[in-house]
Design a protein around this ligand. Structure first.
Ligand code: NAD
Ligand code: MN
Length: 487
């Protein structure tokens, strides 16, 4: 079931372009060579921005909304037609279980379809003011967008960024993580094949501190959209300040999963296992802090651990696999260092926590029990298959612990009391709250952070506004001249 590995260029102005610098990509799960991937130089970024600017004022500006909608549907169809290739490419490149990646590819399709329809909602408003003034507003694309995406969901993140930008009529220079550029490059090629004009989508993989910071500080960029770590997000905001650009940031998380004693544990336990271990814990909205009411704490830890032990960890391309490898051995070492720190801080390793031998950046599903929220492992984003389980005495303490975090991306609540679910929804500091429901991302539902998890919302109609300017037009309709100075 091997993908014919091919060499990829940069994607600029509707074509693959050779890069001066090329890097070998190895599959994290096996160490085998996957592809040779391009790295963009500053000159390449300049060329991509020139193409994006030309398309913005040219072919793309002449493409009416109905035609943009048709193109987004056509791109969704092209993803469906190429889903096997895209899923394999993503799975090999990231090391992620193909069972998860298939769902991500489906979501990419749905996301393009959602924005194909959402284009119909782009409209200004109009009202008469003071009797003789007519006001109306025009919605215009914000311009050329620099979009920077991470390695954990390369195709999904490219999709979340591209779809609203294209729906709004913007053009894009997308910078994937240099370790995972393949599906974004293929997506750009598919967009071109279905008729998206040259220059509308450009893809320039490269390292963050060089290619990324050059792009973000470039004077010809109007807006920056970023997904990644809070630390890099802060740097992006600084770089985007001169000249000033619009910025949206989707950053890290340490999301709580709160389990009350009155919850249906038969649902809460397997769902909680999924909520941390899918994508091997490398998700910004991973529910990495599980808060459990004291009276069911021991039972929960024991049943959660039994379930996590049964997860199928292994070859990402095996359809039975539930947890693949991590992105790299380097990242695995960082994850393990957090686990060691948790041990030192007094957490109990109830499952996993051992570095394994053999090929591939695998790390076992790990459970840290008897965790206190002040511990580093409960405060910092580990970004691996490591859950921290923290006891709480009552509802008040659950809310206090949940909110005692610099992050606020997601929170999940498990309770048999519907009123309590709604009470927590209003008290928890997070961009999204799931009540008795583990899933997090649906095209159409706003997704994004409170606090240090960033600002701006993705996946929703609201997102379009972040890619649009509002222009107010004021028209005199009266017959009297104004002559304000009485001249
Ligand atoms: P990162 O934030 O440094 O990288 C994300 C993207 O930003 C990549 O494309 C990278 O090349 C780019 N980038 C980095 N520095 C840049 C700069 N100065 N200017 C412009 N672009 C820049 O994340 P990382 O170093 O790959 O991972 C570190 C940690 O970040 C992870 O362990 C995890 O905790 C967190 N993370 C979060 C997410 C998320 O989905 N929110 C994604 C990836 C990583
Ligand atoms: Mn990085």
């Amino acid at each position: 079931m091997a993908v014919a590995t091919r060499d990829y260029g940069l994607w600029i102005d509707g074509a693959f372009v050779d890069a001066e610098e090329v890097r070998e990509l190895h599959e994290p799960a096996s160490g085998e060579l996957l592809a040779r991937a391009p790295l963009a130089s500053n000159d390449d970024v300049d060329r991509a921005l020139t193409a994006a600017r030309a398309a913005l004022g040219g072919a793309w500006a002449k493409t009416p909304p109905t035609e943009r909608s048709r193109l987004l549907h056509a791109l969704a169809d092209a993803i469906v037609a190429n889903r096997k290739e895209l899923a394999e490419l993503e799975s090999r490149n990231v090391g992620k279980a193909i069972s998860s990646v298939k769902l991500e590819v489906n979501q990419a399709v749905e996301n393009f379809r959602f924005y194909a329809s959402a284009i119909a909602s782009i409209a200004g408003r109009s009202s008469p003011i003071g009797g003789s003034l007519l006001f109306y507003s025009l919605k215009e694309p914000v311009g050329v967008c620099a979009q920077i995406v991470p390695w954990n969901y390369p195709l999904t993140m490219a999709t979340w960024k591209l779809a609203p930008a294209l729906a709004a009529g913007c053009t894009v220079v997308l910078k994937p993580d240099p370790a995972t550029p393949l599906t974004a490059l293929r997506l750009a090629e598919l967009a071109s094949e279905v008729g998206v004009p040259p220059g509308v989508v450009n893809v320039v993989p490269g390292d963050g501190p060089t290619t990324g910071s050059y792009l973000v500080s470039h004077p010809d960029v109007d807006k920056v959209a970023f997904t990644g770590s809070t630390r890099t997000g802060a740097e992006i905001m600084r770089l985007a300040a001169s000249p000033l650009k619009r910025v949206t940031l989707e950053l890290g998380g340490k999301s709580p999963n709160i389990v009350f004693a009155d919850a249906n544990l038969d649902d809460a336990i397997p769902s909680s296992v999924w909520s941390i271990y899918y994508a091997a814990g490398q998700s910004c909205e991973a529910r990495s802090r599980v808060l459990v009411e004291t009276s069911v704490y021991d039972e929960f830890v024991s049943r959660f651990t039994d379930a996590a032990r049964r997860l199928k960890v292994g070859d990402p391309l095996d359809p039975e696999t539930q947890v693949g490898s991590l992105i790299s051995d380097n990242h695995r070492q960082k994850v393990h260092a957090f686990v060691e720190q948790g041990r030192d801080e007094g957490a109990e390793v109830a499952l996993g926590g051992e570095l394994q031998n053999g090929n591939g950046a695998f790390y076992p599903p790990t459970v840290l029990a008897k965790v206190e929220n002040r511990m580093t492992v409960a405060q910092e984003e580990i970004f691996g298959p490591v859950v921290t389980v923290i006891p709480f005495a009552d509802e008040k303490e659950a809310v206090a612990i949940a909110n005692d975090s610099k992050y606020g991306l997601y929170a999940t609540v498990w309770t048999g009391d519907p009123a309590r679910g709604h009470r927590l929804a209003s008290r928890l500091e997070a961009g999204s709250i799931g009540i008795n429901m583990p899933y997090t991302a649906f095209p159409g539902i706003p997704f994004g952070g409170y606090k240090q998890s960033g600002f701006g919302r993705e996946l929703a109609v609201e997102t379009l506004d972040l890619y649009l300017e509002t222009k107010s037009v004021l028209v005199a309709t009266g017959s009297r001249a104004f002559n304000p100075f009485g001249l």
